[in-house]
Design a protein around this ligand. Structure first.
Ligand code: BEZ
Length: 218
């Protein structure tokens, strides 16, 4: 693929197959296909031994058990060496008493960061920004979030996003603003006038208007 400023011309987008990788991590070699059948949160951070990233790593570890309950794995990445990652996660354990249990990719040659569009050259050419890719169990990209170097991510939102994406995948529904697990979901709008009339009479639905109908999943 032709590259410009370290960026592939065609960046992965929602709905695309996740770009393949075969990498070295703090847990040994990993490849994308190792995650088939599971959801994956692949995230990048700018650099080891930096303040915001350190707070994020502690916070990512805190949500890791919740993610695992959602059949979802966590995989970090930065343009640092495996030795640096190992030293940093040991330092985090010493300073915070938090053992980092998820693997971290050593992407020193920027191969994965470039493929996934994690380097935004007008922000930094040497660091990945704070990207989050949610990849489903069929290895399709379901969501992409980018945060700048200076803003730590909200872990509740990452868990909420995975729960919302899985709810959509399992029930063919959408989720409204600020939806939390257990809240009503949005059903697709009716395709015909007859369907719209029928829906208005159906007790299982909360019909706000014909195009905005909610229902409980329980
Ligand atoms: C940080 O994690 O604090 C950080 C990393 C790179 C640039 C700016 C902030």
């Amino acid at each position: 693929m032709t590259e410009q400023n370290n960026q592939p011309l065609s960046l992965p987008r929602i709905g695309d197959p996740a770009p393949d990788f075969e990498v070295s991590t703090t847990h040994g070699p990993k490849k994308l296909s190792d995650y088939k059948g599971k959801w994956l949160v692949l995230f990048s951070h700018p650099a080891d031994f930096t303040p915001v990233c350190t707070t994020e790593f502690v916070a990512f570890q805190e949500i890791y058990p919740n993610l695992r309950q959602l059949n979802t794995e966590l995989l970090g990445l930065s343009i640092d060496s495996n030795q640096s990652h190992i030293a940093w996660v040991r330092n985090i354990e010493e300073n915070f008493g938090v053992k980092i249990e998820f693997p971290v990719i050593a992407d020193l040659n920027k191969e994965v960061a470039s493929k996934y569009g994690m380097i935004h050259p007008n922000e930094s050419t040497t660091e990945a920004n704070r990207a989050v890719f949610v990849i489903d169990d069929k290895q399709v990209i379901k969501s992409i979030i980018y945060y700048p170097l200076t803003t730590g991510r909200n872990m509740d939102e990452i868990v909420r996003l995975v729960e919302a994406l899985q709810t959509t995948a399992n029930h063919q529904v959408s989720t409204p603003a600020n939806w939390r697990k257990g809240d009503k979901v949005i059903v697709p709008p009716p395709a015909t006038q007859e369907e719209a009339d029928k829906r208005a009479q159906d007790n299982q639905y909360e019909v706000v208007d014909w195009y905005l109908t909610k229902k409980s999943l329980d």
